[in-house]
Design a protein around this ligand. Structure first.
Ligand SMILES: C[S@@+](CC[C@H](N)C(=O)[O-])C[C@H]1O[C@@H](n2cnc3c(N)ncnc32)[C@H](O)[C@@H]1O
Length: 193
């Protein structure tokens, strides 16, 4: 995705990555996990100028991991499907966990299950999970966008409605805040309650 104006669904992609990377870096992390690391675009921003950060990445695509490896030679890259039970993965605790443009692959129940598990089992005390993705402030705005963008909207993807997801997080005992970064993308910052 080139920087500059991009059509839906990638409007604001680079702004989202910069916002997520900034929030992860402000946690002053020693160890960071990037979920759905892809070609390593987010991870590269996180470790820029911070070679001491221990970077881990997870993705289910061997081709993506190969491309990430070229950008992140020192990273620990794991091949795994995030739809399945990640409890089987041998992950340590992280000071910060990032996820960009991957959680929309999962419905809200799986998003919540994954985020809750990672925060409770794999974040250090005071750690933060920051997720940037295609999303809208409210369920109503998401529905308006779906109608407006009909031809470009992928019915198999699960774009965030922040009001609904923040309520789910709160009910699960997690604190969160949401920032709309572009007309169709935003960033959640999530911590244990
Ligand atoms: C749109 S790319 C985003 C990559 C990167 N995070 C970024 O922002 O540039 C989504 C990535 O998530 C990975 N992915 C999608 N579904 C996944 C799953 N169920 N388990 C693990 N990785 C998955 C894809 O292989 C791809 O690398």
């Amino acid at each position: 995705v080139r920087d500059g104006d991009q059509p839906f669904p990638f409007t604001g992609y680079h702004d989202v990555l910069r916002e997520v990377a900034g929030r992860l870096r402000r946690a002053d992390p020693r160890r960071v996990l990037d979920l759905g690391v892809g070609t390593g675009n987010l991870a590269e921003l996180v470790i820029a100028g911070n070679p001491d950060i221990e970077l881990w990445g997870v993705d289910f695509s061997a081709a993506m991991l190969e491309r990430a490896r070229a950008k992140l030679p020192a990273a620990r890259l794991l091949r795994a499907d995030l739809r399945e039970d990640v409890a089987g993965l041998e992950l340590p605790r992280f000071d910060a966990i990032g996820a960009t443009y991957v959680l929309h692959e999962f419905d809200d129940a799986r998003k919540l299950e994954l985020v809750s598990h990672l925060i409770r089992s794999h974040l250090t005390v005071g750690g933060v999970l920051v997720a940037g993705d295609i999303g809208f402030e409210t369920v109503v705005q998401r529905e308006l966008a779906r109608r407006h963008l009909a031809g470009r909207w992928d019915p198999d993807e699960h774009y965030f409605a922040a009001d609904a997801f923040v309520a789910l997080l709160q009910a699960a005992g997690l604190r969160s805040e949401y920032l709309q970064v572009s007309p169709c993308a935003g960033v959640f910052t999530i911590r244990s309650g």
